[in-house]
Design a protein around this ligand. Structure first.
Ligand code: AMP
Length: 414
């Protein structure tokens, strides 16, 4: 009977058959992070609301519309984390990580929450994996985090991936550019959507993301920052590109690329996948040299990325088969239940995957069940005290010594 309860709108259950490909993804990510020295960090699922207002930016869609904010019993305003970088920077400062050898390289994986309109690839609780490299301004750091995500997607075999690369310049260059852009938008105010018009002065970059036809027309002739990069900003971008070229990572320079968060400076990037329809971004990130200072620390350069686990899984669209079992211990007589369990425990201790019947089936039913769960061998404890080991693929059966079961299993494998 169906329950009257359902998972809340925009959330989902991860069922065992889906958990397998998720686990494969998580293992691949953990391996890639650890090989490059990105140590795992975990932060709370909720934080002070002000951290995200400051760290993500008051003018962003995330802070304006998408946060799950609530008051706790002590009257504090808390918010379920909508992204990971602000929390990690908070932890970096709180734990004095600026005193460690720099850069500090961290990685994470976990649930995030945004009150968005749910659709395929867009949920209210979703999962991200990501990496942050805090305390390095070298273009090597930018290239390294881009390579981490590129390697992960390649290793998993995600099809149809394209890397888009841009640069917003340093804070000063970005400010000068934003003045040019605002002037352009004010010149064409009448052609813009209301949402963009209202935000000309607080977040003009978002106009590049608009779906509105009039706005798109205005943006086609808007100045772009990539075309105006100068001095160290231009050199930094050139070097990131040269490092990616040397690593054989292909990309397109996208001068209209903007990201949803306020804190980016210089490098920004986005991995998109042509298998994904409307929500085509798999992951992205960039350099955020001003964020740590914004949160009360000393100016500290940093760069990182986040990728959506559900988007990667959607793009992979794979079914990982159930792993099967090494052994099923079947019994001819219900009295042998205890012995079967003891043997299962012994074999599990030796590293085998082993099941016993928990449903009181007869011997025939047990053999059927062993087949159903993909057991490669069945150990049949016979009523007269003997034991048989049956190979489920060939149907061959031989006498087994339950006193030397671990040796039997390793010797008896086909
Ligand atoms: P962002 O933190 O906005 O840069 O997002 C990084 C990545 O997280 C995106 O590229 C998506 O893959 C994923 N993502 C962001 N929001 C959602 C959402 N509401 N549902 C599922 N995945 C998301």
């Amino acid at each position: 009977m169906a329950s009257k309860f359902q998972a809340p709108r925009g959330t989902f259950d991860v069922l065992p058959e889906q958990a397998r490909s998720r686990a494969r993804l998580e293992r691949a990510a953990t391996t890639i992070f650890s090989r490059a020295g990105y140590e795992p960090i975990a932060t709370p699922a909720f934080e002070d609301t002000a951290l995200f207002e400051r760290g993500v930016g008051k003018s962003t869609d995330i802070v304006r519309k998408e946060m799950f904010t609530f008051e706790d019993k002590g009257g504090r305003s808390l918010t379920l984390r909508p992204e990971g970088t602000a929390s990690i920077c908070r932890a970096y400062l709180e734990h004095g990580m600026h005193k460690l050898a720099q850069p500090v390289k961290l990685s994470y994986l976990g649930p995030f929450f945004r009150h968005e309109r749910p659709q395929a690839g867009r949920y209210r609780q979703f999962h991200q994996l990501g990496a942050e490299c805090i305390g390095a301004d070298s273009p090597l750091a930018d290239a390294e985090v881009i390579m981490l995500l590129s390697d992960l997607l390649a290793e998993l075999g995600v099809p149809g991936v394209e890397l888009r690369l841009g640069s917003l310049g340093s804070f000063e260059a970005r400010r000068a550019y934003l003045d040019d852009l605002k002037a352009h938008l004010h010149d064409h105010e009448g052609e813009l959507s209301q949402d963009v018009r209202e935000r000309i002065d607080i977040n003009p970059l978002r106009a590049f993301d608009s779906d509105d036809e009039g706005t798109r027309g205005v943006m086609a002739t808007a100045p772009t920052i990539v075309g105006q990069l100068e001095g160290e900003d231009a050199e930094h971008f050139e070097e990131v590109r040269a490092l990616l070229d040397a690593a054989g990572i292909s990309y397109v320079v996208d001068s209209t690329l903007v990201r949803g968060l306020d804190y980016y400076t210089r490098t920004i990037f986005s991995f998109v996948c042509d298998q994904l329809g409307a929500q085509s971004e798999i992951g992205g990130g960039g350099r955020y040299d001003g964020l740590i200072e914004q949160l009360g620390g000393k100016p500290t350069p940093a760069v990182g990325f986040a990728a959506g686990i559900e988007r990667i899984l959607l793009a992979l669209d794979e079914e990982v088969p159930a792993p099967g079992r090494d052994v099923f211990v079947a019994i001819a007589d219900p009295e042998q239940r205890g012995q079967a369990m003891a043997l299962a425990v012994e074999l599990r201790g030796a590293g085998f995957s082993v099941e016993v019947d928990l449903a009181g089936r007869g011997l025939k039913g047990q053999l059927k069940h062993a087949d159903r769960i993909g057991a490669r061998q069945v150990l049949i404890l016979e009523a007269d005290g003997g034991a048989q080991l049956r190979d489920m693929k060939t149907g061959e059966q031989r006498a087994a010594d339950t006193g030397k079961l671990v040796e039997e299993m390793t010797g008896g494998e086909s």
